[in-house]
Design a protein around this ligand. Structure first.
Ligand code: GDP
Ligand code: MG
Length: 171
């Protein structure tokens, strides 16, 4: 009988960077400009296939608490990987990445893969974060970088699937 694998993935990042939009894009392949502001924590499951094996991704979204960083520690516990999101049109959201990672790494192991998703790449006119700054930051910290847009769907599925693949390979 085929075995199912379930991996817990955390979506971190400042408010309004597009965390929920990315999840909804990946899980349902839609984009809704007026996405409902959920409160508290929520999670979406997504089943994918990796090399013929069934993998279930338990995608944990954060909401409302972002501003206060009062995320419950149980949110981080047992995570297999992290999707760290920032908004390319708002440099402050890029600068807050290290504090998110530091908080998460109090709980999760340092060896868990961290993928940085530079979201809203469709807003080409408004990009505030220089490309080489992002690349240098990710390279020196060994984070995998994806340029994405929840709005157009660009690279979203590629990023989540690659993270799942890395987790599954190292299981
Ligand atoms: P969250 O607070 O991180 O969950 O962010 P949301 O998913 O709620 O998105 C915040 C705002 O950014 C919403 O108005 C979204 O429609 C918008 N948004 C999210 N992703 C994108 C994107 O890729 N491109 C553009 N242009 N807007 C986006
Ligand atoms: Mg949200």
């Amino acid at each position: 009988m085929a075995e199912d694998f379930t991996y817990k993935i955390l979506i971190l990042g400042d408010m309004s960077v597009g965390k929920t939009s990315l999840l909804v894009r990946f899980c349902r392949n839609v984009f809704n400009q007026n996405i409902m502001q959920s409160s508290g924590l929520s999670f979406l499951p997504k089943e994918i296939s990796i090399d013929g094996e069934n993998v279930i991704l338990a995608l944990w979204d954060t909401a409302a608490t972002e501003a206060f960083r009062s995320i419950n520690k149980s949110y981080y516990r047992g995570a297999h990987g992290v999707i760290m999101v920032f908004d390319q049109s708002n440099i402050k959201t890029f600068y807050s990445i290290p504090s998110w990672i530091t908080e998460a790494q109090d709980i999760i192991n340092i060896d868990k893969p961290i993928f940085v998703l530079a979201n809203k790449c469709d807003l080409t006119e408004k990009v505030e974060v220089p490309k080489d700054m992002i690349e240098e930051f990710c390279f020196s910290n060994q984070y995998t970088l994806f340029n994405v847009s929840a709005k157009t769907g660009f690279n979203v599925s590629a990023a989540f699937t690659e993270l799942a693949r890395v987790i599954h390979k190292n299981k």
